[in-house]
Design a protein around this ligand. Structure first.
Ligand SMILES: [Zn+2]
Length: 342
């Protein structure tokens, strides 16, 4: 039986605002309730979170940014820092707990206590750059986890896959010039944060270690499966990651109105099987999901549960990866071929 470590905590609900925002505690309330009722499921291990320290936050963020956060968190206007990313009294401690929960899961995986991990945290993180929070993100949880794995465990090849509908601009920026983290993002073209073109490929030692796949609206399961199936196969075989991290945003779902892509609930199970296979082939199953977006609470809950189901299934399913002409076309002209055999 696979052991899945989960981080969720009612303190993740404390970062909230009375005016409407897509990023709010209601996103995860029912999901947490559902998981709390799973106490008897012996495959699920509830890992206690902790606050990431200043020193840990500094692995990916500047001290100037920390100062700015402290300053703005006490201002009357919660949007004084950024027009999307509200800051309230509890926001910084919640964001520390989000990052800290990911680090706890990374420790548990490295210690072999669990097979897989899923950090069901908020606020999300992948838009946060070293010096700036944006797009609902305060600390870049996935980047902090990758940095932690480099420093604490000496890992030198970490693969981050980001399938949130938005480009993970913060994560990209943090690892743009290193080859120790290979960042691959599939996201809808032409929407916030308006970065992530296929020509953004990294710089210096990191050249070729940023792979962006901007997709057209109306792409769904078959296009995503074909693109990621092909690309991940090549990247994993040639890079041989020591750890696979996933920026798991669920806002590319057909029922999530923040984007126009058409992924089904089942697709999140399918990609999890693909990733499990790669993790078993390359890195002793080390696979950790960190939740990013997902703004329809119903589809978010169902898709997270589909992911968890796929992590718990005994057998890894090998899905068929079939060419889809419009996705194939996108891959043919992609500059990834300069660096990787796909
Ligand atoms: Zn998103």
């Amino acid at each position: 039986m696979n052991k899945l470590g989960l981080v969720f905590d009612n303190r993740y609900l404390y970062h909230s605002i009375s005016t409407p925002s897509p990023e709010n505690p209601d996103r995860v309330c029912n999901l947490y309730r559902h998981l709390q009722q799973q106490e008897n499921n012996r495959s699920l291990f509830h890992i206690q979170t902790r606050e990431a320290t200043d020193e840990e936050i500094a692995m990916a963020h500047s001290s100037f940014y920390m100062e700015q956060l402290r300053e703005h968190a006490v201002k009357d206007d919660p949007y004084s820092y950024d027009r999307d990313t509200y800051l309230m009294d509890d926001s910084l401690s919640t964001a520390r707990l989000a990052a800290g929960g990911c680090l706890k899961l990374a420790d548990s995986i490295m210690a072999g206590e669990i097979d897989y991990g899923f950090a069901l945290v908020r606020p999300p993180g992948h838009h946060a750059t070293p010096g700036r929070g944006m797009g609902f993100c305060i600390f870049n949880n996935i980047a902090l986890t990758a940095e932690y794995l480099r420093r604490q465990y000496g890992l030198r090849r970490i693969l981050i896959l980001d399938f949130d509908v938005h480009h993970g601009n913060g994560t990209q920026e943090i690892f743009y010039d290193t080859n120790e983290v290979l960042f691959c993002s599939i996201h809808e073209k032409g929407i916030f944060p308006f970065t992530g073109s296929q020509e953004e490929m990294g710089s210096e030692a990191g050249l070729g270690y940023t792979v962006n796949i901007p997709v057209h609206p109306q792409f769904g399961d078959s296009e995503y499966t074909y693109l990621l199936g092909r690309i991940l196969q090549g990247l994993v075989e040639q890079y041989l990651p020591q750890f696979i991290l996933v920026s798991a945003g669920y806002d590319a779902h057909i029922d999530d109105s923040i984007g126009k892509t058409l992924l089904s609930t089942q697709w999140y199970g399918l990609i999890t099987h693909i990733l499990r296979r790669h993790a078993s082939e390359s890195c002793e199953n080390r696979l950790l999901y960190v939740m990013e977006g997902g703004y329809n609470a119903v589809s978010l809950e169902a898709s997270v549960l589909a992911t968890i189901d796929a992590m718990l299934q005994k057998e890894v399913i090998k899905p068929g990866i079939f060419p889809v002409p419009r996705a194939e076309k996108l891959l043919v002209g992609h500059p990834i071929h300069q660096y990787w055999t796909i």
